[in-house]
Design a binder for this molecule. Structure first.
Ligand SMILES: [Zn+2]
Ligand SMILES: [Zn+2]
Length: 355
């Protein structure tokens, strides 16, 4: 407790139009100032997610706080816990993850039903509360995710958002071993994790993306069918041909455009499940009502994950069944990372070293 500094390095954004500033003299909340239930986490590293770019720009219907320290894929060590905290599931010295859902009330109907992430009193890391682009982050003992020893901090980072998100969507897709799942964007940050979780769950993967590198990655990770959306003349037909003529049992759509969702209604087989995961700020879903009904299709929104989903996603990765492809950069590179994200130039994920 004695070696907790008074100030720290953070990346902060003052307004939607201001540049990101990395400052070295941002105050660290001191252990005696932590409220019951709060913990102070010394960050090892943090992933960068597309959501951080939305938070930076403020282009979602729900607005972020300002000034804002973004970030919600952080891994670090608990260095202090607020006095009078009762029944903490974690202790000082534990390595934990800070995910998008920083805290929820755990007592409203939504929370009691396991949909903590949709709690009306939820605190969102790097959005409604300051996040992980900081050396010391205040988080909440009930919601931090314990990280198993077998998983390096940098390997765990992107599992906490990208991994949890796709894992939960697959978990709730009502598929079973041997079923076909279509993953548009399979070679991307979320997609390449989705291929591996799907494989670990015994599903058969149709990967959609473009380019030789992504093809090689998807097939290496266990996708059974590859469709290049730039080369395919008819994606719906290609999917049906690959799945015995009937179409896929489920699709996990993470893209930001509405077309990916609408197409899924066509290539899903009767009784198929469309898992909507991407969070475009404006796009509307223009699904054919006729075929949604006629084919008994279910369209299900799946939003990150709760504490249990996070633990499961992390444990599967710790057992080596899922590996995130990432490169490590310093916190100062955040502005460039955002530019690259916007241009779609990032392969895999970016993890910022916070030490
Ligand atoms: Zn995220
Ligand atoms: Zn709640």
């Amino acid at each position: 407790m004695s070696n907790i500094p008074k100030t720290q390095k953070v990346a902060i954004v003052e307004s939607s139009t201001a540049p990101i500033h990395v400052v070295n003299d941002y105050p660290v909340k001191q252990p005696q100032d932590l409220a019951p239930g709060e913990c102070l986490v010394k960050m090892h590293c943090t992933g960068v997610c597309h959501t951080d770019l939305h938070a930076r720009k403020g282009d979602w219907p729900v607005k972020p706080k300002r000034p804002l320290i973004g970030g919600h894929e952080g891994v670090g060590e608990i260095v202090a816990i607020g006095e009078h905290t009762s029944q903490s599931p974690v202790k000082v010295g534990d390595r934990v993850g800070i995910k998008w859902l920083a805290d929820s009330c755990l007592d409203c109907e939504t929370c009691r039903k396991g949909l903590e992430q949709s709690c009306l009193n939820a605190k969102l890391s790097g959005y409604t509360v300051d996040g992980t682009f900081a050396q010391y982050v205040v988080s909440y003992v009930k919601h931090v995710t314990p990280i198993p020893d077998a998983l390096e901090s940098t390997e765990a980072a992107s599992i906490l958002c990208a991994g949890v998100t796709v894992y939960r969507a697959l978990k709730y897709s009502q598929t079973t071993i041997g079923d076909w799942v279509v993953l548009p964007g399979a070679g991307g940050g979320l997609g390449h994790l989705a291929v591996q979780y799907a494989k670990a769950m015994g599903l058969r993967v149709v990967a959609i993306d473009t380019g030789a590198d992504k093809k090689e990655l998807c097939l290496k990770l266990g996708a059974e069918v590859w469709i290049d959306f730039k080369e395919s003349k008819d994606i719906v037909k290609d999917i049906k041909d690959a799945t015995g003529g009937f179409g896929a049992h489920a699709a996990v759509v993470t893209t930001a455009s509405s077309s990916g969702y609408e197409q899924a209604i066509e290539y899903l087989r009767e009784g198929g499940k469309l898992m909507a995961v991407g969070l475009p700020g404006e796009a509307k879903l223009n699904a054919s009502i006729f075929f949604t009904v006629f084919k008994s299709i279910s369209i299900l929104g799946s939003y990150v994950g709760n504490r249990q989903d996070a633990r499961e996603a992390v444990d599967i990765a710790a057992r080596g069944q899922v590996k995130c492809y990432y490169s490590v950069k310093p916190l100062g590179a955040l502005s460039e990372v955002y530019e690259d994200l916007e241009k779609g130039k990032i392969a895999g994920r970016i993890v910022l070293n916070m030490e």
